[in-house]
Write a protein that binds this ligand. Structure first.
Ligand code: 5GP
Length: 116
């Protein structure tokens, strides 16, 4: 499938649509999911235009997974999460809805300080 420059994440990357950003560098952007499956649900995307993980050059895949790890550590530090589910849907058949490759980080078991 050809890359669609008008997909919603391309627009977020260009700043045409707002997003709550949690991390950005020259290679990647991380932002809060607009319909979170759990508190702290973050999406990490490469700036390289690619529809699925299979389309992503290896160097971009490497910098993206490094950013996933950085964001995961940030979630643990900021939200005191006990676990994080990492999800990546490649292809419509897998349930992918936005045609720009993205990794979901979905926290589980957030420990709220002061509670048991
Ligand atoms: P997929 O099903 O393609 O793996 O996930 C797409 C994700 O993008 C969904 O979790 C959805 O909530 C999120 N999403 C869709 N549109 C927007 C948007 O405009 N802004 C943000 N922040 N997230 C979006």
């Amino acid at each position: 499938m050809a890359y669609d420059n008008d997909n919603i994440f391309a627009k977020i990357l260009r700043g045409e649509i707002p997003a709550f950003k949690v991390h950005e560098d020259e290679n990647v952007l991380a932002f809060m999911d607009i319909m979170p499956q759990a508190d702290g649900h973050v999406l990490v995307i490469p700036k390289t235009p690619a529809v699925t993980l299979l389309d992503l050059p290896a160097d971009a895949a490497a910098t993206t997974i490094q950013a996933v790890q950085k964001v995961a550590r940030g979630l643990k530090a900021a939200l005191n999460v006990e676990g994080i589910v990492l999800m990546q849907l490649s292809g419509e058949a897998a349930g992918q809805t936005v045609p720009h490759v993205h990794f979901h980080l979905i926290p589980t078991h957030i420990h709220h300080l002061g509670k048991h």
